[in-house]
Ligand binder design. Sequence first.
Ligand SMILES: [Zn+2]
Length: 126
Amino acid sequence: MGLDFFIAYAMGRSSAARAERAAASLPSVSGVSIDTVEDLSERINRLVLMSAAMWSIMEENGATQEDLMARMEEIDAADGVLDGRMTPKAHRCAKCDSMIAPGLRACQFCGEPLPQDDAAKPFDSL
Ligand SMILES: [Zn+2]
């Protein structure tokens, strides 16, 4: 039950409805390739699996839904905006001092990989 609640919160009713409408009209949407949709679907499936694994560990350690909601709000607000999403942080390249775009594992200018601490977080691979 806890995970269903978490996923419903993460997706939101309006987002789920939008996703359903978008899926229904997909053949008429230009500029969206099947590869992109399949990639997004794979990433969502991986996110749901990671969330299920994390929630099972949290429940085993006594976490409640209230704990989960409080932490989600805390993380949501960490980027300064309570908007139901996490905005990835940009990193500065240790080699060329350029700002590395959020989500990349290496500098887009010189190829220098991010330090292992920054590159190894599970959600960065989604
Ligand atoms: Zn660089």
